[in-house]
Design a protein around this ligand. Structure first.
Ligand SMILES: Cc1cc2nc3c(=O)[nH]c(=O)nc-3n(C[C@H](O)[C@H](O)[C@H](O)COP(=O)(O)OP(=O)(O)OC[C@H]3O[C@@H](n4cnc5c(N)ncnc54)[C@H](O)[C@@H]3O)c2cc1C
Ligand code: SF4
Length: 457
């Protein structure tokens, strides 16, 4: 007889069979089931709390719903509605392709799992920019290790930089493109090694080892990539959490300074779920947007929605004489973090990592946008792609604004009605596919949700 299987199933249909349904007020209501929400759901449910997770996106079956064809998957996992910022110097976010599914952005991220460098925690003291963290690297190190074991992370046996090496799984193999780029970096004296990835290189918990077919950013059919929907969510469900896909939170309700629950849209109908605690895990843009749309909640500091930072991603495209087979292996390969830290690079501030990334559908869409207008080449806001001078590209300032600090961006506080309408539109556009078990299987427990009580209108 084989050993007992100690891991829960992965696919939504199997998980729905074992999933608890919660009625009435729950201990914890989590909005968003991505990198943050899924971990919380597992930890709180395992700690004995009643947990409900509201997720705007679908709960995909990785075997049936993912297709190894980039164009078919375009827009199915990501949420690329235009995002708008305000302020003296607004960021042009355009269509940010965060994830929108059970698993959040981890359903289509590239699964690099770099740790911060110890110097990143004191950038105000050492580099004169930003603020220092209230604690240092050492305090986080143990948590990094725990997450790296759980995902699990594959990577080199030893590293030139601070990392979790040796990692729980052996590193991904170097591809032809890694050797080519490694040679180039070598020639300028930069050290290189395989990037640590949340990608299993041997079978784990019913998930396959990586098959190196390189569709990571469009959904991993093998479940080798450690997305929250294949690691944390199954554990959360096994511990008693209820996941509600297709549920768009519109308002966190509160009375007398305490939250009472969340109003959300499901299939165009407004529902309410009561909760003693509400955790907002909707990524950097939707989290402040939901708080601002909930009567400026949790904003005594007036910092909600400010200080939005993005990481820059300058892209260079290249053609090579020899085949580099860039379609195989995960998109990101080797990396260098040389030179890291301000003293090593006079004139520049704080560290950086150089990654190389294979062009996938998203990059090709970007390339098409830059080079040529057309069906794939639509620029932000539907305009045909056109590179504009920086000044011209700035959006006009909207509305009266209080004095702002440089670099102080504020996500516009849209009116609640507009947010509701948008949520409705989004749900209609991405209505969850009919479930194989039928509506009854998807909503077996009644009393969950229910209409919003008058008292909190
Ligand atoms: C294209 C891309 C590639 C990336 N690659 C990497 C990488 O290789 N390595 C790395 O470390 N990081 C990467 N990141 C960043 C990483 O994915 C995020 O930092 C991380 O997922 C954020 O976690 P989160 O829980 O805050 O949000 P998410 O993981 O995005 O989860 C938020 C969830 O909340 C849901 N939601 C939002 N609003 C509502 C609402 N009102 N009601 C209900 N549900 C809602 C969304 O649908 C989503 O599922 C990448 C990001 C992108 C966009
Ligand atoms: S390369 Fe590996 S992680 Fe990426 S999609 Fe294929 S099997 Fe999944």
């Amino acid at each position: 007889m084989g050993a007992a299987v100690s891991h829960p199933p992965i696919q939504p249909d199997d998980l729905r069979h074992i999933m608890r349904r919660h009625t009435g007020t729950v201990d914890a209501l989590i909005v968003g089931s991505g990198a943050g929400g899924a971990v919380l759901a597992k930890e709180l449910a395992e700690g004995g709390m009643t947990v409900v997770v509201l997720e705007a996106g679908d709960w995909h079956d990785t075997r049936h719903d993912y297709v190894n064809d980039e164009l078919s998957m375009l827009g199915r996992l990501d949420w690329d509605d235009p995002r708008i910022t305000d302020g003296d110097d607004p960021l042009r976010l355009g269509r940010v392709n965060t994830g929108r599914a059970v698993g959040g952005t981890t359903v289509h991220y590239t699964a690099m799992t770099l740790r911060l460098d110890p110097s990143d925690f004191q950038i105000a003291s050492t580099d004169g920019v930003g603020v220092d963290w209230p604690f240092g690297y050492d305090e986080l190190a143990g948590y990094y290790s725990e997450v790296e074991r759980f995902l699990p992370v594959s990577g080199p046996r030893s590293s030139a930089w601070v990392s979790g090496a040796p990692y729980p799984h052996g590193e991904l193999p170097w591809s032809a493109k890694d050797h080519l780029i490694g040679k180039g970096l070598d020639s300028v004296g930069y050290r290189t090694e395989m990037t640590p990835h949340a990608i299993a290189t041997s079978p784990v918990d019913g998930r396959s080892a990586c098959m190196y077919y390189g569709f990571c950013a469009n959904g991993c059919k093998s479940d080798a990539r450690g997305s929250a929907n294949v690691n944390y969510i199954p554990r959360a469900v096994a511990a008693g959490a209820e996941i509600r896909p297709g549920c768009f939170a519109t308002t966190i309700e509160s009375t007398g300074g305490r939250v009472t629950g969340v109003t959300y849209l499901e299939d165009g109908e407004e529902r309410f779920q009561g909760a003693d605690r509400v955790f907002v895990c909707c990524y950097a843009i939707e989290t402040p947007r939901l708080l601002l749309n909930s009567g400026n909640l949790a904003n005594s500091s007036d910092q909600v929605g400010r200080n939005l930072m993005v990481h820059s991603g300058p892209i260079a495209y290249g053609r090579f004489d020899q085949p580099i087979d860039s379609f195989v292996t995960p998109p990101v390969g080797i990396m260098t973090r040389d030179p890291y830290g301000t003293p090593a690079r006079p004139g520049l501030r704080t560290g950086m990592a150089v990654e190389h990334l294979r062009a996938d559908a998203d990059q090709l869409r970007h390339l098409a946008r830059v080079l040529q207008p057309g069906p794939l080449g639509r620029g932000p806001h539907g305009r045909a792609g056109r590179i504009q001078p920086l000044g011209a590209a700035r959006q006009p300032r909207r509305g009266a604004a209080e004095p702002r600090q440089p670099g102080d961006h504020r996500i516009r506080h849209r009116r609640e009605r507009r947010a509701r309408r948008q949520g409705d539109v989004l749900l209609r556009r991405q209505r969850p596919r009919p479930h194989r078990g039928g509506e009854a299987a998807r909503h077996p427990g009644h009393g969950r949700g229910g209409r919003k009580p008058e008292a909190v209108q």
